[in-house]
Design a protein around this ligand. Structure first.
Ligand SMILES: [Zn+2]
Length: 251
């Protein structure tokens, strides 16, 4: 699942491939923007903000959000674009394909960040601010911890994997209220460290052990032994997002 680290890495990949190069083809396969053609213009910047991506070209900004299944691929010019492709950007050397993007829109570059104005501090941003993030986290004391960690208005970049892993690491049930957090500053700092450590990794790791099958504490491990105490990990998929926890380590 794409989280802030995936988007950060995607931006890095697109930056390397596109920035400073003129587009030779721009094919937007979304009815509303089908007539937009940015070819002839050079790509100036690629930026990530939380889980949002911006490719700035001329006076336009291509805004995308990966949501559940989206991705961007950089391929040779010969690569085929199948029905899942929403946008094709060619330079003279490479082809960038935006696949299954949850959001794809072409914005006026001068106002493109308006769409991310509501976001809390970006965990991987230059302007990351743990004080603001910690204050946001506990602003409404009765909200469940996992839900608040996933709320991009509180802090931006966390998806369901990190939300579950952070609950484990801090010993809280995902459903516990944020008022149970004794040190909110420490929690948001752990979140930042986790995403930062993973920003260039292909296989996300929250345990510090990058060997296959050992990368996460609880996420996706229902029925398997807790890595700390051996108790089987539990799962609840009745909510909007699946929750995983160790009933002994998290209370
Ligand atoms: Zn345990």
């Amino acid at each position: 699942m794409p989280e802030g680290d995936t988007v950060f890495r995607t931006a890095e990949k697109l930056r390397e491939a596109l920035v400073g190069h003129r587009l030779t083809r721009c094919d937007v396969r979304v009815p509303r923007y089908a007539t937009v053609d940015l070819s002839g213009h050079a790509v100036d910047e690629v930026c990530a903000r939380g889980k949002h991506l911006f490719i700035r070209v001329g006076s336009a900004s291509i805004h995308s959000h990966l949501k559940m299944d989206g991705s961007w691929r950089v391929t040779p010019l010969t690569a085929r674009a199948d029905y899942r492709v929403r946008i094709i950007l060619d330079t003279k050397d490479v082809r960038a394909l935006g696949i299954d993007l949850g959001v794809l829109e072409i914005l006026d570059r001068a106002y493109d960040f308006d769409v991310v104005e509501h976001l809390g501090p970006d965990l991987l941003g230059d302007d990351w601010d743990p004080k603001v993030a910690a204050a946001n986290l506990t602003a409404r004391p009765d909200r469940p911890i996992a839900e608040v960690l996933l709320d991009q208005r509180v802090l931006a970049g966390i998806g369901n994997v990190y939300a579950n892993e952070l609950c484990f690491i801090t010993g809280h049930l995902p459903t516990a209220p944020v008022s149970a957090i004794t040190d909110p500053h420490r929690l948001v700092s752990r979140a930042r460290e986790m995403l930062w450590a993973n920003r260039f990794r292909r296989n996300r790791c929250t345990t510090g052990d990058t060997r296959a099958g050992r990368q996460v504490w609880v996420y996706g491990r229902v029925g398997q032994a807790c890595r700390r105490c051996g108790t089987p990990v539990r799962q609840d998929d009745s909510g909007e997002r699946v929750a995983y926890w160790c009933p002994a380590c998290q209370r």
